[in-house]
Design a protein around this ligand. Structure first.
Ligand SMILES: Cc1cc2nc3c(=O)[nH]c(=O)nc-3n(C[C@H](O)[C@H](O)[C@H](O)COP(=O)(O)OP(=O)(O)OC[C@H]3O[C@@H](n4cnc5c(N)ncnc54)[C@H](O)[C@@H]3O)c2cc1C
Length: 376
C-alpha cells in the first residue's frame, strides 16, 4: 500500500495550478456566475495548452480537483466538455469513436449526456423518451431535463426506450443509447436559468421531436442502454468526488487565509479555539474524503471497479464540500457571506445531486452491503 501520489499526478497538479493562476480570476468567476455565461474562452485556452490528458485518468482526476479548488464554476466548466465520453470509449463502435469521441479528445467538439427527464432523474428505469426503428434509422421523441452543455454540445449520448419492459419488475430492460447530433432536425435545447450554483455551466432542457438518428449511431447493443449508463455513473461519480475534494480544499484554503489574519489571534497569542476546531474538522473530513476517492479511483483505473467504495466516495466528498464551504463561510462572517466563499457554498450543493443524489448513493451502499453480507 502506497499513499504517495505519483510524479505524473504531481505534474498534472502543477500544470492545473499554473493554468488557474494565469487564467482564473475573481472578476471572470463572478461574471460567469452572475451572467450565467459559460467561459468558452477558458475551454479554448485549456485545449491550446493541452491541460487535460485523457490518456491518464489520474491526471484528469487531480486536474479537476486543483481547478475546482481555485474556482468551482470555472473549474467544472473547463473540465465538462467531454462529459459522457466514457460511454463511447467503452461501448461505442470504432466508427463512432472515430467520428465523435476523437473529436472531443482532440478538443474540436463538446458533448453531453442526456439521461434525466422532466419526470425525474433518480429513477432511470422510468424514462419516457422513445426511439422507434424505421428502416436504416431510429426516430426519437421525448425530452431530457437539466442537461449539462445542453446548448453548447455538438452531440449527446441519449438514453431512450426502444422496447417495452418485459415485466413491471424489469423496467431497466429495453433501453438503448444513441449519439444524437444537436444539428439534427427536430432537436431543440432551451437554456435553464436561475440555478442555485454552477451558474457558469450551461444547463438546458432538450426536446426531441421526431429526430432521425442513423442506426449506426446506436451505441453498443440495442436493449443494453441501462447497463451502459450505470457503468458510466460508476466512473463519473469518481470525478464528481474530485470536484468535491477541490471545493472543500478551496474553502479550507480561504478559511486558513482568514485565520492567519492577526485579529484572530487571542491575548495568549493563539488562534481562537473555534477557528482551530473548524480548521481541524474540515481538514480531517477532506483527508477522509480524499482517501475514499483515491481508493475508488484506484479500483476503477485498475479495471476492478468497486461500486460501494465509489458511492461512498461520491456521497462523502460531496457532503464534505458542502460542509467545508458552509463552515468557511460562517467562520469568516461578513467576508464569507459577500465574497467567493458564498459562491463556493452555492456551487457545492450540486455535488449532492448530479450523478446520483446522496440518498441514491446511500441506497446503493446499503443494498450492496446487505447483498455481500459475510463477504469482505
Ligand atoms: C446543474 C445540473 C446539471 C445536470 N446535468 C445533467 C446531465 O448532464 N445529464 C443528466 O442526465 N442529468 C443531469 N442533471 C440531473 C441530475 O442528475 C438529477 O437532478 C439527479 O439525478 C436527481 O434527479 P431529480 O432532480 O429528478 O430528482 P428526483 O430523482 O426526482 O429526486 C427527488 C428527491 O427524492 C430523492 N429520492 C429519489 N429516489 C429516491 C429513493 N428511491 N429513495 C430515497 N430518496 C429518493 C432524491 O434523493 C431527491 O432528494 C443535472 C442537474 C442539475 C441541477
Amino acid at each position: 500500500m502506497d499513499f504517495e501520489i505519483t510524479e505524473d499526478m504531481k505534474d498534472a497538479i502543477s500544470k492545473a495550478r499554473a493554468f488557474a493562476n494565469k487564467y482564473f480570476n475573481e472578476e471572470l468567476a463572478a461574471k460567469s456566475d452572475s451572467m450565467e455565461k459559460f467561459p468558452m474562452e477558458l475551454v479554448e485556452l485549456s485545449r491550446k495548452e493541452n491541460l487535460l490528458d485523457y490518456s491518464n485518468p489520474w491526471k484528469v482526476l487531480v486536474t479537476i480537483e486543483e481547478l475546482c479548488r481555485r474556482d468551482p464554476g470555472l473549474g467544472i466548466s473547463v473540465t465538462i466538455p467531454a462529459f459522457g465520453s466514457e460511454v463511447l470509449m467503452l461501448f461505442g463502435s470504432d466508427k463512432l469513436k472515430e467520428k465523435y469521441l476523437n473529436q472531443v479528445v482532440a478538443g474540436k467538439a463538446i458533448m453531453g449526456l442526456g439521461v434525466t427527464e422532466p419526470g425525474g432523474g433518480s429513477d432511470v428505469a422510468n424514462i419516457k423518451t422513445e426511439a422507434r426503428r424505421e428502416g436504416d434509422h431510429y426516430v426519437l421523441n421525448g425530452g431530457k431535463m437539466f442537461i449539462s452543455n445542453g446548448q453548447i454540445a455538438d452531440f449527446f449520448i441519449v438514453l431512450a426506450r426502444t422496447s417495452p419492459p418485459p415485466s413491471p419488475d424489469k423496467k431497466h430492460r429495453g433501453m438503448s443509447v444513441f449519439v444524437v447530433e444537436s444539428k439534427s432536425k427536430g432537436f431543440t435545447a432551451n437554456k435553464l436559468h436561475g440555478k442555485l450554483g454552477v451558474r457558469a455551466t450551461n444547463t438546458a432542457e432538450l426536446i426531441f421531436d421526431n429526430v432521425e438518428v442513423p442506426a449506426e449511431n446506436l451505441v453498443g447493443e440495442e436493449g443494453k442502454g441501462f447497463y451502459y449508463i450505470m457503468t458510466f455513473f460508476n466512473i463519473s461519480r469518481i470525478y464528481v468526488a474530485a470536484q468535491g475534494l477541490g471545493i472543500a480544499q478551496g474553502a479550507l484554503d480561504r478559511l486558513m487565509d482568514f485565520a492567519s489574519k492577526s485579529n484572530n489571534i487571542n491575548d495568549a497569542g493563539e488562534l481562537k479555539e473555534g477557528i482551530q476546531f473548524a480548521i481541524a474538522e474540515v481538514a480531517t473530513r477532506i483527508e477522509a474524503a480524499r482517501n475514499l476517492t483515491y481508493k475508488a479511483a484506484s479500483f476503477l483505473f485498475n479495471f476492478n471497479p468497486n461500486p460501494v467504495v465509489t458511492s461512498m466516495a461520491k456521497y462523502y466528498a460531496a457532503e464534505t464540500a458542502v460542509y467545508a464551504a458552509k463552515t468557511a463561510m460562517e467562520i469568516t462572517g461578513v467576508t464569507g457571506l459577500s465574497t467567493e466563499l458564498e459562491r463556493f457554498y452555492r456551487d457545492s450543493k450540486i455535488l449532492e445531486i448530479w450523478e446520483g443524489t446522496s440518498e441514491v448513493e446511500k441506497l446503493i451502499i446499503s443494498r450492496m452491503m446487505m447483498k455481500n453480507q459475510g463477504g469482505n
